[in-house]
Design a protein around this ligand. Structure first.
Ligand SMILES: Nc1ncnc2c1ncn2[C@@H]1O[C@H](COP(=O)(O)OP(=O)(O)OP(=O)(O)O)[C@@H](O)[C@H]1O
Ligand SMILES: [Mg+2]
Length: 374
């Protein structure tokens, strides 16, 4: 099979309103929505599986799948990639067809408002090619149902006409591989999830993995970086390669503007300080989130909807982009009654237990609508 990768991007406007995000430096924000972020991502995206840093177990399993697929000369089974934003779902989805030497088409859940939007992708899919549907949890139910026979039997059912005159015609498709990428696998319906024979979850990266990514990418960007500066950026990158890349770009700009272009430890620290990133990698919005739970909700429990209303940030943005890192680092806890800040968060923000319990006393029970059961 020819080694040709065709990247089809959507030029249609999504039917659903775009999900508001927290701003330019954000790690997440389903990057198809932000052309600048998408360009930055594409520039630094590894192009081969061997260039993918970290996710060792996932990469090992993918290597086995790819080898077996190549040996059998059959299409790869459908693959679901899930995990928080900026961890490499799109990266892996673009590397796989390159490794297989097949074509790749890319679309996203919010762009597929009706089955007719999906039709061109399915009919264009060649034997063994890959179709990536980003944010697959945002597919409307009609499109999802249209996808079922395409995934299972490589067939689509098209209904022509209305009422008594309606008839359904079946159309055969070339066997292809669907890669679904999602930050919310829990929102996928069971029938859709079950049609993915392979499922992989991406987790946060270690500091040393992020250091490696930063050092490699500074080479790509032709910027000199001291190893301790790469380590410093890595510590503050919330376990997320996209964040690490964005901070690398920023420190590089800072080094060019304020220093001699070399990213030293001092330059990295000054650059990140200017962006409000503290030594635990927390940014302004993380601190506001924690401070809101402490001051408005007496440290919690607080429902994410209520916190979102107070901060004027959509709850799903908080759930996708702010909370995963805070949870993982032990700054918050998710309890059946809502989010609670931990002693670690109080210590980090310099809030004493005493001053928190004082607030608790004066405001001990948040109103019912400020709690959330889940
Ligand atoms: N394993 C990795 N090794 C090296 N770089 C990586 C890796 N994973 C991600 N990156 C870098 O991080 C950037 C963002 O990754 P990617 O776009 O794949 O994230 P994503 O999981 O698709 O995020 P989203 O949920 O927002 O779509 C990539 O452009 C790439 O440069
Ligand atoms: Mg992506």
């Amino acid at each position: 099979m020819a080694r040709k990768t065709t990247i089809r991007n959507d030029d249609e406007e999504p039917d659903e309103p775009k999900r508001p995000t927290l701003g330019g430096d954000n790690a997440g924000a389903g990057n198809f929505e932000d052309p600048n972020q998408q360009r930055f991502d594409d520039e630094l995206r590894p192009s081969k599986l061997e260039d993918v840093v970290g996710q060792i177990a996932v990469v090992e399993r993918l290597k086995i799948l790819l080898e077996a697929t190549k040996k059998r000369k059959e299409p790869l089974g459908h693959l679901l990639l899930d995990g928080p934003p900026g961890l490499g779902k799109t990266t892996l989805a673009t590397v796989i067809p390159r490794e297989l030497g097949t074509e790749l088409q890319i679309t996203a859940g919010p762009s597929l408002g009706a089955p007719k939007d999906l039709l061109p992708y399915l009919t264009n899919a060649s034997y063994g090619s890959v179709l990536l549907i980003d944010e697959i949890h945002r597919l409307p139910p009609t499109v999802e149902e249209f996808l079922y026979p395409a995934m299972e039997d490589f067939r689509i059912d098209i209904t022509l006409g209305d009422g008594l005159n309606a008839r359904t015609i079946n159309m055969k498709l070339q066997p292809f591989t669907l890669i679904g990428a999602t930050t919310r696998s829990g929102m996928l319906t069971a029938p859709l999830r079950d049609r993915f024979v392979n499922r992989e979850h991406l987790d946060f990266y270690t500091t040393s993995e992020l250091s490696t990514i930063i050092t490699r990418n500074s080479n790509k960007l032709r910027t000199e970086i001291a190893p301790e500066a790469a380590h410093e950026i890595a510590i503050r990158s919330r376990g997320t390669p996209r964040k690490a890349n964005n901070w690398l770009r920023w420190t590089r700009d800072f080094a060019d503007a304020r220093a001699n272009g070399k990213i030293t430890l001092e330059v990295a620290r000054a650059a990140l300080k200017m962006k409000g990133v503290d030594d635990a990698g927390l940014e302004e919005q993380d601190r506001r989130y924690l401070e809101t739970i402490i001051s408005v909700f007496s440290g919690g429990p607080a429902g994410v909807q209520a916190v979102g209303h107070t901060l004027n940030i959509p709850a799903d943005t908080l759930e996708d982009e702010v909370e995963p890192f805070l949870l993982r680092e032990g700054f918050i806890q998710r309890t059946p009654r809502g989010r609670m800040v931990t002693a670690k968060a109080l210590a980090h923000l310099g809030v004493s237990q005493k001053s928190k319990s004082k607030t608790t006393k004066s405001n001990s029970d948040p109103p019912a609508d400020q709690r959330e059961l889940f």
